[in-house]
Ligand binder design. Structure first.
Ligand SMILES: Nc1ncnc2c1ncn2[C@@H]1O[C@H](COP(=O)(O)OP(=O)(O)OP(=O)(O)O)[C@@H](O)[C@H]1O
Ligand SMILES: [Mg+2]
Length: 524
């Protein structure tokens, strides 16, 4: 019990050993990447254990091994004192291990109760006992502090509510050890506070939690101990009370020189993006954007805050040619955008960091080089006549890989083999490589590590200072705060507030706008 990293902390494993011990876990993927290289992890019963590390450090891989989604090449798992073989998620669930993935896996048309009991429905004779399911789920929701209406349909729920459903589902299946892979990446500050309150309650009731996050503020706030991974190994295990955020970040990146970017005041130019009375309806005919008007000027970051699902996605999709509007207009440098294809819009100098980077941003079967070149095939110097010049593309890809610190060995490898965060960086590198007229950036730092966040923020501000108009959509209030020259709030498809001086409004007040409890009547 006192060897290796274990010796670094004095959290005192119980005499009968930790609740969970993963020992010497190694996992080499088919492409030869050693995602886990002898990882050790020890988790005590009843603690919240933070798991941190840069993009590609091997966190998700380790948790997939624990949840039976990946088989390790080497290593041992001891759970509750017993060596265990976990060959599938079914095995993990049977042992009382639950996992909530960052991308939820709920069926939109089911109710909350149906989703939670799915596959374990209470029955009355041959029939599913829906009434009991709803009553059970309602009672569980209440007792766990994961408030969500059991009869509501998943489609109608906010992201925070959906996450509660995922957690309830894991608990309903008897999870005693709960793995949360970047659970707060999609939450508003209020929702994060609510989640933390619920997690504390669950821990008081005896649950053990492994919590992956890139937000060190959260590690410090919620975890009892933290394991830091770097390059597929465990580099440290600490009691959270004994370390600062700075300590953790140094352990993560193995160096000292993290910089903090900040906005410098400067004069903004003429409006480049003009949006007037823009409206749109969903596939079901529900209004999703209601007469939105805004301007974004050259050299300005215009930040749109709001709980996800309030029209942000639709606004971005309309401006980038991915979705039609039902009314209104939008121009960039005076040229109308609506009705044009994504490619034509791109040719007008509009770059787009899409929210759904894996779906829209990358061709996952194609190589990193190819992805970095997408949509640039036509531009000199990469194209000579109609023939592509692979050497030029590759040189450019290598430069971007370096400049954006994308962690890959071989730029010829498929994007699918990158970690979540590194896939994001491929898209971001491509879109930011040359300054556009307008950049539409949706959740630009979701899922990337702290070093990469600093870097992306610095790049965005650099573009702003170079005269790009930036429309920034982020669920991360701190990100909006840091970057935006002006802040607007979308609620139920409407701009309910616009603040020319971000410093004149505090987070609490913005939160009230985001939740629809307050609006600037003058805008109506
Ligand atoms: N299916 C896969 N095939 C091949 N290589 C993979 C696969 N999944 C992950 N990798 C590689 O394994 C390494 C670890 O990836 P992993 O997803 O575990 O990192 P992570 O710590 O969760 O990173 P992030 O913070 O970006 O989510 C990375 O180098 C990644 O490129
Ligand atoms: Mg991951």
């Amino acid at each position: 019990m006192t060897s290796g990293t274990e010796a670094e902390h004095d959290a005192g494993p119980a005499a009968d050993g930790p609740y969970l011990r993963m020992k010497g876990i190694s996992k080499v993927y088919d492409n030869g990447v050693a995602a886990n290289d002898g990882v050790d992890l020890a988790v005590q019963r009843g603690e919240i254990h933070g798991l941190v590390g840069e993009n590609g450090a091997g966190k998700s891989t380790l948790m997939k091994v624990l949840y039976g989604l990946e088989r390790p090449d080497q290593g041992q798992i001891v759970f509750r004192g017993q060596p265990v073989e976990i060959a599938s998620a079914r095995d993990a669930i049977a042992l009382g291990i639950g996992m909530v993935h960052q991308h939820f896996m709920l069926v939109p048309s089911l109710t909350v109760a149906e989703s939670v009991v799915l596959g374990r429905e209470p029955r009355r004779g041959p029939f599913v006992d829906r009434r009991r399911a709803a009553a059970d789920v309602g009672a569980a929701a209440k007792s766990y502090g994961l408030d969500v209406p059991p009869r509501a349909v998943i489609r109608d729920l906010s992201v925070g509510q959906r996450q509660r459903v995922e957690i309830l589902k894991a608990l309903y299946r008897g999870a005693e050890l709960l793995i949360l892979d970047e659970p707060t990446a999609v939450l508003t500050p209020q929702e994060t506070d609510e989640l933390f309150a619920a997690l504390r309650g669950l821990v008081d009731d005896g649950l053990t939690i492994i919590f992956i996050t890139h937000k060190l503020r959260e590690v410090v706030e919620i975890s009892d101990r933290v394991t830091v991974m770097r390059d597929g190994r465990t580099v440290s295990v600490r009691r959270t009370a004994d370390v600062t955020r700075g300590d953790i970040s140094r352990l993560m990146v193995g160096r000292d020189d993290l910089f903090e970017v900040s906005r410098t005041p400067h004069t903004i130019g003429e409006p480049r993006l003009r949006v007037r009375d823009l409206s749109a309806v969903s596939a079901q005919g529900r209004p999703v954007l209601r007469s939105v008007s805004l301007d974004v000027a050259a050299g300005e970051v215009y930040g749109i805050a709001g709980v996800e699902g309030n029209g942000q996605t639709e606004l971005v999709e309309i401006l980038t040619g991915l979705r039609p509007a039902t009314a209104g207009s939008a121009t960039v440098d005076g040229t109308p955008l609506l009705g044009r294809s994504p490619r034509r819009i791109r040719e007008l100098g509009v770059a787009h960091i899409p929210e759904d980077r894996l779906g829209r941003g990358v061709a996952s079967g194609a190589s990193v080089v190819e992805n970095l070149a997408l949509d640039r095939y036509r531009d000199a110097p990469a194209a000579a006549g109609l023939r592509l010049r692979p050497k030029v593309l590759e040189a450019r890809a290598r430069e971007l890989v370096e400049r954006f610190a994308i962690r890959i060995r071989d730029p010829g490898a498929p994007v699918a083999a990158l970690s979540g965060g590194n896939m994001q960086k491929v898209v971001i590198a491509r879109e930011l490589a040359e300054p556009p007229s307008l950049l539409v950036a949706a959740q630009p730092t979701r899922g990337v590590d702290i070093g990469a966040i600093e870097f992306i923020h610095a790049e965005l501000l650099h573009l702003r200072d170079a005269g790009t108009a930036i429309l920034l959509v982020s669920a991360e209030l701190s990100e909006i705060r840091r970057l935006a020259d002006r802040i607007a709030v979308l609620y139920e498809g409407e701009l309910v507030g616009e603040f020319d001086d971000p410093d004149a409004v505090d987070d609490h007040e913005l939160g009230l706008y985001m939740l629809g409890a307050r609006r600037t009547e003058a805008r109506a």
